[in-house]
Write a protein that binds this ligand. Structure first.
Ligand code: URA
Length: 264
């Protein structure tokens, strides 16, 4: 078995799927079990008390719709002029929401600052809070396997960040106000990176990026827009650890994202 096949097997995915040659966001059919999926509960509870809005969808690769505003109007931290060093220092010292009170370390993000791919998770867990790096626990191991399955690796053409940079107590879902307070940091990371694709891992990340109510199952397989950058939505690795039957769908989403990479 070659390395690619063994990686996919490690993710619980077999047989190996390949992208079709045709350009555009088309992927091979998923295995029967994935294709036959009924609605599966999204991985997190609803976040926002804000009114539901439809996020911007790219109807075609060339049509870029305006970015929707954040879920709630926060007192914005001004990050617009920050370089990477200033941004990371500001995140480390941030007190814009109550999450700073119980953090060990803020977790700004990690990876290649010239990356084509940006993966956005929800928020640091216990291990991330101790180490200051995103996705270093069990969910992170699965994320690494997911990256390997499409020929990527942490730190090589990939940057990994979170919707909130400080650990929500007990790993609860971040509140809308916390995500809004942290949003300028993610915005600045995106502006500095200018990735060719953003992958939203789970519902809080998708809602922060798309600015509205998002249901993962409805959003999968659609191309969204954030500030002119294509966004693809998939399951959070922690959800996939609890629901391994959906790993095949996550693989399908990553293939979709790879086919949707914006030109440089
Ligand atoms: N889950 C996340 O969403 N982010 C992390 O960094 C770790 C776990």
């Amino acid at each position: 078995m070659n390395r690619r096949a063994s990686v996919l097997r490690e993710m619980g995915l077999a047989p190996v799927w390949r992208l079709r040659d045709a350009p555009g966001a088309t992927v091979d059919s998923p295995p029967a079990e994935a294709a036959a999926s009924a609605e599966v509960a999204a991985d997190v509870a609803p976040v926002a008390a804000a009114p539901a809005r439809e996020p911007a969808v790219l109807p075609a690769r060339t049509a870029v719709l305006p970015t929707a505003p954040p879920l709630v109007a926060p007192a914005r931290v001004a990050t617009e002029d920050m370089d990477w060093a200033a941004l990371e220092a500001a995140i480390g010292a941030c007190r814009a929401c109550p999450l700073h009170e119980r953090r060990t370390m803020a977790v700004p993000g990690v990876g290649d600052r010239a990356a084509d791919w940006l993966f956005v998770g929800e928020g640091p867990g216990a291990e991330e809070d101790l180490r200051g790096e995103p996705f270093v626990g069990q969910a992170g191991k699965l994320l690494d396997a997911m990256l390997a399955a499409i020929g990527l690796a942490r730190g090589r053409n990939v940057y990994i960040a979170n919707a909130v940079k400080c650990r929500p107590p007990g790993n609860r879902t971040p509140e809308a106000s916390e995500m809004a307070a942290c949003q300028p940091y993610l915005e600045r990371q995106i502006a500095l990176l200018q990735p060719r694709i953003i992958v939203a891992l789970g519902r809080p990340a998708a809602q922060t990026l798309l600015g509205g109510e998002v249901k993962i199952n409805a959003a999968r397989g659609r191309l969204f827009d954030h500030a002119g950058i294509p966004v693809v939505v998939t399951y959070h690795p922690a959800y996939l650890l609890r629901n391994p039957q959906d790993k095949a769908k996550a693989w399908e989403d990553l293939c979709f994202a790879r086919a949707a990479l914006a030109p440089r």
